[in-house]
Design a protein around this ligand. Structure first.
Ligand code: DC
Length: 218
């Protein structure tokens, strides 16, 4: 079978990256967590006290930045520094959503992501993969889940990383970020035509993978 391009989009905390990473492993594909790229830029901007609203400066900053995804997407390097843990904080989550609204930033990110996926054999996870990065992707998924369920997942992840987290506050942040990601003018999060909806609320991770593998095989 020719190596495919598989697109996974959906809101935060729905289980996209868990599913995408496992799917890539099962297929022997490369997993590309595009959200981690926006997060790395957000982290760098915050360290330099760059305003998240300053499109031109952010685009320049990105052009001068090396962002590498390693270990099947488990490790993220920013200019050679391991930032895997530091890009997962709540502050960076909110900031990543804010830096991602700028067309000049998105253009550069999209170009890099297309380059990474050029030869196929890739699973990309993000918000605009099936609509903007690879509109001709071979298989498209839209992974979603009930917002309370997503907040609980996020809280468990934050707690595992040693960060205290209040469920109501996390749910509020998730709703705000969804709203921002779905209403921005440049490539907002939306279900791409032809994308298979996978609602993970009532599914085990294994059931999610089985469903996706069946769609890929079909
Ligand atoms: O998937 P994530 O939560 O790590 O993504 C962080 C933010 O980055 C998200 O709120 C919006 C932005 N993003 C984007 O605009 N396009 C993508 N393909 C991936 C992420």
């Amino acid at each position: 079978m020719k190596p495919l391009v598989i697109a996974i989009d959906g809101p935060s905390g729905a289980g996209k990256s868990t599913a995408g990473r496992a799917l890539a492993a099962r297929l022997g594909y490369v997993f590309i967590d595009t959200g981690a790229m926006y997060r790395a830029l957000a982290l760098k901007a915050s360290r330099r006290s760059i305003d998240a609203g300053d499109a031109a400066v952010l685009a320049e900053l990105l052009k001068a930045s090396r962002i590498e995804l390693r270990e099947g997407g488990r490790q993220v390097l920013l200019d050679g520094e391991d930032v895997t843990a530091s890009i997962r904080t709540r502050d960076v989550s909110a900031l990543a959503s804010r830096v991602s609204v700028h067309p000049a930033v998105r253009r550069e990110m999209v170009a890099r992501q297309r380059e990474l996926g050029r030869d196929g054999g890739v699973v990309l996870d993000g918000r605009d993969i099936g609509t903007a990065v690879f509109p001709d992707a071979d298989v498209k998924f839209y992974v979603d889940a009930d917002v309370r369920h997503r907040a609980e997942r996020r809280r468990a992840e934050l707690q595992a990383a040693g960060a205290a987290a209040d469920l109501a506050a996390i749910e509020h942040e998730i709703r705000e970020r969804d709203h921002a990601d779905m209403t921005r003018s440049d490539s907002p999060l939306t279900r791409a035509p032809g994308a298979l909806l996978v609602d993970t609320t009532e599914l085990t991770p294994e059931q999610v993978i089985e469903r996706m593998l069946a769609a890929v095989r079909a």
